[in-house]
Write a protein that binds this ligand. Sequence first.
Ligand SMILES: *Cc1c(COP(=O)(O)O)cnc(C)c1O
Length: 428
Amino acid sequence: MPVTSPAAPTPAAVPPASDARPGDRAALLRQDPEIAGVLLAEQDRQATALQLIAAENFTSPAVLAALASPLADKYAEGYPGARHHGGCEHADAAERIAIRRATALFGAEHANVQSHSGSSAVLAAYAALLLPGDTVLAMGLPYGGHLTHGAPGNFSGRWFDFVGYGVDPKSGLIDYERLRALARARRPKAIVCGSISYPRHPDYALFREIADEAGAYLIVDAAHPMGLIAGGAAPSPVPYADVVCATTHKVLRGPRGGMILCGGALAERIDRAVFPFTQGGAQMNAVAAKAVAFGEAATPAYALYAHQVVAHARVLAAGLEAEGFEVTTGGTDTHVIVADPAPLGVDGRTARARLAAAGIVLDTCALPHADSRGIRLGTAAVTTQGMDDGDMATIAALFGAAVRGPGDPAAVAAEVRELALRHPPRPG
Ligand SMILES: *Cc1c(COP(=O)(O)O)cnc(C)c1O
């Protein structure tokens, strides 16, 4: 008789791998009730509150299925047909499909779909085009630049000489004359166009003109609008930019991750900047899930979705203005709304806290015209949930009630919960 260790797990506690199907929740619940409980609580939080964080969305069951697939276990350093590992035939197929769909969807000559995140994609773009110490022009952080656009605590601020351009404090629009003057004076190696909170379309042709005048590369960090671009609801930077970086998980509604588009001439430099320069093996389950999301984004249903996201943001922005919020730039062309709650007598942090107490989840952000912070929100997730114009008007009224008071906070929270529950993130 073999001696068994007293600590040996029982078969019931740890089922053999073959017993658990990909994404099998029952298996997780059985094996690890502690973490399963956390996941169920998060599922409940998502379903019972209003998710208005501008960078968030709800992926489809198909995208989630690809994420929870056996490709999660596969090492595939390198690129299709040139891997450092064996057994990559199916990983190769997944990546080739993702690349084919991405280039077709965005009309780009080349796509790299391996970046682990939007930040990794930006890092790779810089690695491909710049050397440490190079001067780069990007939207200043106080105006909505991303951390990767020169924040002191980020690699970008440490390794490059970032110069910030901004927006006009009154109009909230990009100050192109200042951008042009900075480009002339500083002769940057690259100009970055992109923001975490700009609610309007950048003038990509003008960015190109200014970059050409300075002899600079144009890098468009389209993390936010990439889904709108895919659905034809926002202009495409692809014809103008040397490199387009993006996330796949915002309006685009794919898995958490990044992507890079460029012309054929830069393809090899971009690929080498992703692997082996800044990353090891790609997450092939995420690559497969990106392929699924690109497939979804190529459908007429997604184009309709993208246009609805913008229409909803416009209705919501108008509703917030009617409630007394001051909406920057006077509205939006995208899914993003930035608003100053000062006319209601509170700052952005207080507004966010009162909204959170009512079950309305969003961020604070810098305001172009004031030292205090405002609120930033987006309509990508609520539109995925199937909410309509009437629901946007309801949400605006709930904002007013939650932030202004002095109504009954519990009544507002109950109404928010009821609205969310009527629109589940995922059917079934
Ligand atoms: C979201 C975002 C990123 C980074 O994405 P992560 O996946 O969080 O790293 C980069 N740039 C811009 C403009 C973004 O909005």
